[in-house]
Design a protein around this ligand. Sequence first.
Ligand SMILES: [Zn+2]
Ligand SMILES: [Zn+2]
Length: 335
Amino acid sequence: MKALVLTRANHFEYADTPEPAVGDGDVLVRVKAVGICGSDVHGMTGKTGRRIPPIVMGHEASGIIEAVGPGVSSFSVGERVTFDSTIYCNTCEYCRSGRVNLCSRRRVLGVSCAQFVAVPQYVLYRLPDSVGFEVAALIEPVSVAFHAVRRAAMSLGESVVVFGCGLIGLLIIQAARLSGCGTLSAVDINPKRLEEARNAGADVVIDSSKSDPVAAVRQGGEGVEVGFEAVGITPTVGAAVECVRKGGRLVLVGNISPEIALGLQSVVTREIDLRGSCASAGEYPAILGMIADGRLKLQGLISAVAPLSEGGSWFQKLSEGDGQLLKVVLLPDAE
Ligand SMILES: [Zn+2]
Ligand SMILES: [Zn+2]
């Protein structure tokens, strides 16, 4: 089969590779669409230490079942599916309490930039007829956004700020809206993304390169009840902390910097709850329903669709990007 192989840092080859083995309980999926994730773009430099070449990346995919392995009874050949990229053990303490994203043996299935991928049946979900493959390739980032909103344990009508209006930030805005939040402010430095934020449901958009986001969010008041940080650098986390009122919560999603400096006293003395949010845990079925009935607007977030063979240049564009591109979806079958 053909696959987009990262052969060394920043260098891809569209090459022939062996088809994946289909083990007990596995399903072989013919990939119809695969999204390029920010973490893959970051990973192609080889600097994150999480992705060591030669590898095939890509964990946001959808497709058609090509074959089923021994012991697979609930899926059959020809069904349209997507899958959760988190492979978990189903037996550890975390899995048994439903927190599969924290599984002690968790690994991310990141080999979807290829014609075929083999996945365990328990991470597979059928696509409703009305959900196309390209949009379905966005379900993983959507699940990240909904998981973050669940981590906030938001009550109806609570005011919200979202820092960072890249794909995840924009999806958090939609997810918070659908979850019944109150006034929602969005902060970014890119005017195009702020426009997208408004389309996604933000009431107030703030260009933090032009005005102080803390003053703009607080408007002389106490600040918001819930903050989401989808960047992960010192200045934005710091500003997000200051936008949250006493006793409020800040959900940390972005982590571009492995470490940041934190205004500790502000967090301690104002009893701010800082909550990490990673991947997702059980959000897929509800989200598929929301995509199918049109409540989630995803089509506009796809900036480009291209054949997998041209994937290398799209990775390059994304890494050199000026933030204009949101999601790029690659099609292994389009030649
Ligand atoms: Zn991803
Ligand atoms: Zn586990």
